[in-house]
Design a protein around this ligand. Structure first.
Ligand SMILES: [Zn+2]
Length: 257
C-alpha cells in the first residue's frame, strides 16, 4: 500500500489530461500511478513529455517520503508490439492486429469472461475479453455473426485452440440483424395474421386472404456501434496505446510547430 492522496491524483489527471495518461481507472475507481507489487517504486506518472511527467508527479500528494525521482523514456503505450497478420500465420505468445468477420455468436462463461470467434478465410481464432477488462466486454458480447472487426491483442494457445486476449477492438462494419413481422393490411391498415409459413397473410377485420403477401423485414437496433474500443485502464498492458493518446500526441505536436 502506497500512501498517496487519491483526490490529488484525480486533480492531476484532470488538469494534465492532454499530456498524461492511465493515472486513474474511473471505471474501477482505482489509482493507477502506484505499483501493485511489493517493490521500492512509490509511483510513476506516464506522460508524453518529461516535463509533464515531472509536473504530474509534483501535483500528487504523498504521505510518505520520496527519496528521489527519475524520468524514463520508454516504449510503453506505443502499440509497437502489434504485428499485422492473417489468422493462419499467428504464433502463440505474440501480439497481433488481425481483421476478421465474426463467425459464431459470443459466449459468456461463469466469471464473466466473454469469447467470440472470428475468421479471415485463412483460419479461425477466439477473441477473449476476460472479466478484468470491464465494460469493454459489453462490446464483444453484443457482436453478431457477420460483424467485421480489427482485433488487437496477444495470442495464447488454449485447449480450445488459439485465443487472442483482446486489448483493443475496432468494430469496422456491423451486420444487419432483422426480424420478420406480419405486414399491415392494404385495406384497413391493421396488422395481418399469418396463415402459416410461406402461406401468406389474412386480415381478421376485412376477412381478405393474401397468400401472395410477404412478411415485413424489420432491422433490429444493434447494441454496439462502429468504433474503436479498449479495455479499462487497470486491464491495459503497458505496451498498448490508450485511445486518447493518439489525439494527445497530435495536439501536442501541432502546438509545437
Ligand atoms: Zn384489413
Amino acid at each position: 500500500e502506497r500512501l498517496v492522496d487519491e483526490q490529488s491524483v484525480l486533480e492531476m489527471d484532470g488538469s494534465l489530461a492532454l499530456y498524461t495518461f492511465d493515472n486513474y481507472d474511473y471505471e474501477k475507481r482505482e489509482v493507477r500511478i502506484t505499483p501493485h507489487t511489493p517493490c521500492p517504486v512509490l509511483a510513476g506518472v506516464r506522460a508524453i513529455t518529461p516535463e509533464h511527467a515531472e509536473k504530474g508527479l509534483g501535483m500528487v500528494r504523498f504521505y510518505e517520503p520520496i527519496e528521489f525521482h527519475v524520468v524514463f523514456k520508454t516504449n510503453q503505450a506505443g502499440d509497437l508490439h502489434y504485428i499485422p497478420a492473417r489468422i493462419s500465420d499467428m504464433k502463440p505468445n505474440t501480439s497481433y492486429i488481425v481483421t476478421g468477420v465474426v463467425s459464431s455468436p459470443p459466449t459468456i462463461i461463469p466469471g464473466g469472461h466473454v469469447f467470440v470467434k472470428i475468421s479471415d478465410g485463412t483460419g479461425e481464432v477466439t477473441l477473449a475479453a476476460y472479466e478484468p477488462t470491464g465494460s469493454f466486454r459489453r462490446v464483444v458480447q453484443n457482436l453478431v455473426v457477420g460483424d467485421e472487426v480489427l482485433a488487437y491483442g496477444a495470442v495464447k494457445l488454449k485447449p480450445s485452440g488459439p485465443t487472442l486476449n483482446l486489448e483493443k477492438l475496432a468494430v469496422t462494419r456491423l451486420a444487419r440483424v432483422t426480424v420478420k413481422a406480419a405486414p399491415p393490411c392494404d385495406i384497413c391498415g391493421r396488422r395481418m395474421k399469418s396463415m402459416g409459413q410461406g402461406k401468406g397473410y389474412r386480415c381478421e377485420k376485412c376477412g381478405i386472404k393474401r397468400p401472395d403477401k410477404e412478411p415485413l423485414v424489420v432491422d433490429l437496433e444493434r447494441k454496439v456501434s462502429v468504433g474503436v474500443y479498449e479495455v479499462c485502464v487497470s486491464a491495459r498492458r503497458h505496451l498498448a496505446m490508450p485511445l486518447k493518446l493518439k489525439s494527445s500526441l497530435r495536439h501536442y505536436q501541432h502546438g509545437q510547430c
